[in-house]
Design a protein around this ligand. Sequence first.
Ligand code: RP5
Length: 219
Amino acid sequence: MRSIIGIFYYAPIIIAIIDNNLIYFSIVVSYTKKPMIGIIMGSSSDSKIMNDAAEILDKFKIKHEDQIISAHRTPSRLEEYAKHAENMGFKIIIAGAGGAAHLPGMIASHTILPVIGVPIMVYNDKQSKKPENMKFSSFGGLDSLLSISEMPNGSPVVAVGINKAGNAGIYAMKILANEFPELKKKLKQYKLDQHDSVLKESESLKKQGLSKFVQKKFK
Ligand code: RP5
């Protein structure tokens, strides 16, 4: 017969179990207690886009630590941060950068932690005198996408689509779900919700007809 005789709260949680007159201790790592994901970005200009990743992690109740680390402006912080991420016990790093986006790749070269890169179409709001269309990077984010995805053999970084920081968040949840069954359940529910919301929209489109649907949706 097996019974739990006590739970000792000290992160991680330790449970004492008696099984066939033998007592043993089991460690339950709680994913809600400490940050498991580091979100970093090359500039405060990236923060609005990178917030989409944070919102997903918050939705799934995964703690994250967020920082600005610039591969070009603060190069000495790259190695420092990689060590920090490992010491903190992060399991994944989500790194966003625009233009010559070296941040995800350089962080990946300093650590064995998986790095998910978010290519950003730069929107530089610091130069307020520039006309609006000049605030975007010249190559519409393709520059960042290629800088992130075209890593050399042996030092990979996965890249999501341009500005798709939310997808980086979901992908991170999928990696963590291998370790935390509760997250697996939440991800399945997330998929079901998506399915339902498409069906709902389809129903309303069918009912109204395409013209009315479009008028209403884009008014
Ligand atoms: C990159 O340069 C950053 O990731 C950012 O996307 C871009 C522009 O940065 P700011 O000049 O707006 O600070 O390193």
